[in-house]
Design a protein around this ligand. Structure first.
Ligand SMILES: Cc1cc2nc3c(=O)[nH]c(=O)nc-3n(C[C@H](O)[C@H](O)[C@H](O)COP(=O)(O)OP(=O)(O)OC[C@H]3O[C@@H](n4cnc5c(N)ncnc54)[C@H](O)[C@@H]3O)c2cc1C
Length: 473
């Protein structure tokens, strides 16, 4: 059998069922990655994410080549070009079978349908569900409908994951190939994605991802439930950039977490609070992917609760620019937004604070914030980003109630009590004491004493406006 493996957001050799199947069923195997910069731009992919992708591809190519599998690189440049690119490859190399893993956003699904239609008459198309622990359609209510609320979803998910042992990783196949082909060189930059100049804090590749996972499971996982909300403690795994590109799988994460806590199966994960809390976050990842699968309009910029489109969202360029640049006069918001610009990543608690600030305090359209996050996040992932934004803006499924609005100053006092996180990203405030730093002008600093803006809105007044607006709809 002559086979082609198509890599997308599954840039790994380990725990990759599709690749394992391709390897064991073939006597000739080549792999391809298709660069689709025009579609990536339309999806607001961040330059740092694309740089990380290319770095990951380089290491993936080397690892594949050690097994004699050449990774070819082709340019789309759009998703809609993929069927003809793959058809040409199959034709050129006399391919019998193609293998790839499913993705669940609407454009990705349409691309894959196009590929299947184009190839199915002369090539066997083998597809697999590997991006999540449990694919959409597997976790359903007693009425066989998809869940809308996370907690019952989680209970059903745990039961299914246990029943199917779906959290266990699959074994790699030991086999090497002689194809006579050479891998294509991988560029380190891609035109159109060079604007954002930041030093990447993440080392590329499967090995680096595994090292990070092991380090987290040896240590931080045990106190994850206590530390995860404190941005200055670095108590989370920071594995999101790897998970977003499939350099590591959620099953590898769960297996490592349970092993670290000496737990034999996922149905007893609650015996270790840290691991259970962390695995719950991975279940949120599945949940949001199921939501976008069953509600594809979400991928077309629609809110889950359509009625919330009646909210008179604002489109004020000055407010938006102040939020984007970390110049709102609310230190925790500004430090977080600067963390995003400087590192391409933001802590989860801060994503919630800043997203709620944009949507509920500035009353700006949450989609403006969703887009800005995608344009800068190294871990930009449509389902998680959209899910997070719609949760904060109270437009989504199982979202925060509309009247629950985080007070940035209180959040700051609670989760960055000494103000050290703020000091890291707002050096102009670093000399302030741990009380004043959370809201300088309210706690005694006089106008003109700091090179820092006054709050751009009156928090209390805007909070009330937002509640009134939501109440009306
Ligand atoms: C407004 C907003 C936007 C977000 N955008 C993204 C995004 O683009 N990409 C992204 O991966 N996550 C996003 N998240 C979820 C979460 O903030 C990040 O996954 C997390 O901060 C990544 O850090 P970590 O790897 O240390 O997470 P950990 O706490 O170690 O969690 C482990 C993994 O679980 C998954 N996860 C954690 N929390 C969530 C969640 N709430 N929803 C879905 N998956 C989750 C991630 O894959 C994460 O790497 C967003 C959240 C909000 C509120």
């Amino acid at each position: 059998m002559r086979s082609l493996y198509w890599f997308r957001s599954d840039l790994r050799l380990m725990d990759n069922l599709a690749l394992a199947e391709a390897i064991s069923s073939s006597d000739f195997l080549m792999a391809v990655f298709i660069l689709t910069p025009i579609t990536w731009q339309a999806h607001y992919a961040a330059p740092c994410k694309i740089r990380f992708l290319l770095d990951n591809l380089k290491l993936l190519s080397e690892a594949l080549w050690n097994k004699g599998i050449p990774l070819l690189l082709r340019k789309g440049p759009c998703f809609s070009d993929c069927p003809k690119v793959l058809a040409k490859l199959c034709n050129e190399y006399d391919i019998d079978a193609i293998h790839f893993n499913h993705e669940y956003q609407i454009d990705e699904r349409m691309r894959d349908e196009g590929v299947t239609t184009q190839l199915a008459s002369h090539v066997t198309v083998n597809t697999y569900h590997q991006q999540l622990v449990l694919p959409p359609g597997i976790v359903l209510s007693k009425q066989k409908t998809p869940f809308k609320i996370f907690t019952p979803f989680k209970h059903a998910w745990l039961a299914k994951a246990h029943e199917q042992q779906a959290w266990r990783t699959c074994k790699a196949v030991k086999k090497t190939f002689k194809s006579g082909l050479k891998p294509d060189p991988i560029p380190s930059r891609l035109q159109g994605f060079t604007g954002q100049k930041i030093d990447l804090h993440w080392e590329a590749g499967e090995e680096a991802a595994q090292k990070k996972l092991n380090a987290f499971c040896q240590d931080k996982i045990h106190d994850y439930q206590k530390h995860r909300d404190y941005p200055n403690l670095d108590g989370t795994s920071q594995l999101s950039p790897y998970l977003a590109q499939g350099v590591i799988s959620p099953r590898q994460c769960i297996t490592a977490a349970l092993e670290a806590c000496d737990i034999a199966d996922i149905d007893t994960m609650n015996r270790a609070e840290g691991a259970a809390t962390w695995i719950s976050e991975l279940i949120w990842r599945d949940f949001y992917n199921h939501i976008i699968y069953f509600h594809p309009n979400i991928c077309r910029h629609k809110p889950y609760r359509l009625k919330t489109d009646d909210i008179p969202w604002r489109y004020d360029d000055n407010l938006l620019a102040a939020w984007k640049n970390g110049m709102t006069g609310f230190p925790i918001v500004d430090a977080s937004m600067r963390q995003l610009l400087q590192t391409g990543w933001m802590h989860n608690r801060l994503r919630m604070v800043t997203a709620m600030f944009l949507s509920k305090i500035l009353l700006l359209d949450w989609r403006l914030g969703e887009k800005h996050f995608m344009q800068h996040l190294i871990d930009g992932d449509f389902a998680a980003n959209n899910g997070g934004w719609q949760w904060c803006a109270s437009t989504g499924t199982d979202a925060v109630p509309y009247f629950r609005i985080f007070n940035p100053t209180t959040q700051s006092q609670r989760f960055d009590p000494a103000g050290d996180f703020i000091r890291r990203f707002c050096p102009e405030l670093s000399h302030l004491d741990s009380k004043t730093i959370h809201n300088p002008f309210a706690f005694g600093v006089k106008l003109g004493e700091l090179p820092y803006p006054q709050p751009i809105v009156d928090y209390k007044a805007m909070r009330q406006t937002t509640i009134d607006v939501f109440k009306r709809i």
